[in-house]
Design a protein around this ligand. Structure first.
Ligand SMILES: Cc1cc2nc3c(=O)[nH]c(=O)nc-3n(C[C@H](O)[C@H](O)[C@H](O)COP(=O)(O)O)c2cc1C
Length: 221
């Protein structure tokens, strides 16, 4: 477990190698052992690969041109007024990534091109999408996070990599239609799954974490 946590990173360049759907199906089922408040198990999972993956990639090549700003996300990926320390962390990972890619901060076109790679799953051959009931609230979304982390760590243990992708929230209509989500369901996130390209600079930059002093309070007397 320690090793899987240390090894996991968000991979943004995958090898085209085939991933065994049976293995991922098994790991998805195991991740379903994640805890959830009241044992609601509020996650819904769509597994996409093979011909469906090719169709979705082709569809998204069109959509990112037709609607480059997306279709209007159904939830706020970040708080509209984010405290400076959170904004600093968010910017920090972006800066580290663009620096690793040799992209100047002012080069908006290249930054956008990198962002658009989300919609190619960064080359991954497989993905899951997690959706939630519209009338479910923060505790159920947190449970979905439990599921997501369990799955990401199981994938690492199986020699696979992933990248969670809230970017997909930008295209709720396209994804809702493609996955045939019922109207009472909202897309939360995608998760690209595959094997990392260890040579790709985008997979090689360090992502810092805040010191525990910034978020850990201890009460012992
Ligand atoms: C729910 C969730 C959604 C995310 N969405 C995206 C995304 O759309 N695109 C992306 O490149 N990274 C995405 N990330 C990855 C984060 O940027 C990443 O986890 C964070 O910077 C820490 O880096 P690490 O995962 O490599 O440790 C997402 C992560 C989570 C947990």
């Amino acid at each position: 477990m320690r090793e899987a946590i240390a090894q996991r990173r968000s991979v943004r360049a995958f090898l085209p190698d085939r991933v065994d759907p049976a293995l991922v199906r098994e790991l998805v089922a195991l991740a379903g052992r994640s805890p959830s408040g009241g044992n609601l198990q509020p996650w819904h999972v769509d597994l996409v690969h093979g011909g469906a993956m090719m169709r979705l990639k082709a569809l998204m090549e069109r959509r990112i041109v037709e609607a480059p700003m997306g279709e209007g996300a159904e939830y706020a990926v970040y708080p509209p007024q984010m405290a400076a320390r959170f904004d600093k962390r968010r910017r920090g990972v972006g800066q580290a990534m663009y620096a690793a890619l040799g992209i100047d901060r002012a080069d908006r076109a290249r930054r956008q091109a990198v962002f658009a790679d989300n919609f190619r799953f960064f080359g991954a051959p497989m993905a899951i999408f997690i959706s939630v009931e519209r009338d479910h609230g923060p505790p159920q979304w947190a449970d979905c996070g439990m599921f997501l982390q369990s799955l990401m760590l199981l994938l690492v243990e199986a020699g696979l990599d992933s990248c969670a992708q809230e970017a997909w929230a930008m295209y709720p209509r396209t994804l809702g239609d493609f996955l045939r989500l019922p109207p009472d369901r909202m897309l939360f996130t995608g998760l690209a799954i595959g094997r990392r390209d260890t040579h790709a600079p985008v997979n090689r930059f360090a992502v810092d974490r805040a010191d525990t002093g910034e978020w850990l309070a201890e009460h012992d007397s």
